[in-house]
Design a protein around this ligand. Structure first.
Ligand code: DQA
Length: 143
């Protein structure tokens, strides 16, 4: 099984950025432990602050990966182009947010991408990525 994690803008600063909201663990150490726990799954990781590069990555893997875990950061709330990219590919996409976006500012309550994704996980910290991986495993078993 082959899963692609895509993180969007400002998520390169995890561990440093607003630790009260996003925690004090960087993504790389978390990814290391995730890969150790799921040795049989190939977990690829891509982060970009640029919307178009995220779209390119969805196109690149969207017909070959078994699943995509997408935290689109603030583009979640604005990007019709990401919505269209998710709908354009075959690979199922799970939307993840580290924080509970519904307990935060009003502008974070709406997602442009949720309706194009198979599911949404938010508010569980970095564990949300683990939960999304479990969700993709279940989907793959059903195939
Ligand atoms: C986020 C929530 C977004 O509203 C925010 O813009 C982010 C991170 C999260 O993981 O909680 O950059 O996607």
């Amino acid at each position: 099984m082959n899963v692609q994690i895509i993180n969007g803008p400002n998520l390169d600063l995890l561990g440093v950025r607003e630790p009260g909201i996003y925690g004090d663990t960087g993504f790389e150490p978390f990814l290391k432990s995730l890969r150790k726990d799921y040795e049989n799954i190939e977990i690829n990781y891509f982060q970009s602050n640029v919307e178009g590069f995220m779209i390119d990555k969805i196109h690149d893997v969207g017909f070959i990966a078994d699943g995509i875990i997408l935290n689109a950061g603030a583009y979640t709330h604005t990007s019709i182009a990401l919505h269209d990219a998710i709908r354009a590919v075959k690979t199922p996409v799970i939307e993840v947010h580290i924080s509970n976006v519904f307990a935060r500012e009003d502008f974070r309550h709406h997602s442009m991408i949720s309706s194009a994704c198979v599911g949404v996980i938010c508010g569980f910290g970095l564990d949300g990525y683990r939960l999304a991986l479990e969700g993709l495993l279940k989907l793959a078993q059903k195939k």
